[in-house]
Design a protein around this ligand. Structure first.
Ligand SMILES: [Zn+2]
Length: 108
């Protein structure tokens, strides 16, 4: 098991499971993302914060995913990336949280 590591965990954050973390890493690789501080390309994905209803200029399914640079020497290891829900989450997973985000009604 992977313990959530510190006190930065807040109820509005969505913890990412292993699959979601892998998908975040794939997205970073696909976008050619790298650490602005040290240039490393390896990140640990942490938690996601739903942005869609907070910022009108974001897509309604946008999330900010917290990332930690894997370079132990990095001076500013904490960063984040904005991803769409479909880029890293399965829709089913969202509804498991106690405070599920208000999702737009979509017919199945
Ligand atoms: Zn770095």
């Amino acid at each position: 098991m992977h313990d959530v590591d510190d006190a930065m965990v807040r109820p509005e954050l969505i913890a990412l499971d292993w699959t979601a973390r892998e998908r975040v890493r794939e997205q970073i690789a696909a976008k050619g993302g790298y650490c602005e501080c040290c240039g490393a390309r390896e990140f640990d994905g942490g938690a996601a914060l739903y942005l869609g209803f907070l910022f009108l200029d974001e897509d309604h399914d946008a999330y900010m995913v917290a990332l930690t640079c894997r370079n132990r020497e990095c001076a500013k290891p904490r960063t984040g990336i904005v991803l769409s829900e479909k880029d890293f989450l399965d829709g089913e997973r969202l509804s498991r949280g106690e405070n599920a985000s208000p999702a737009p009604a979509s017919p199945r």
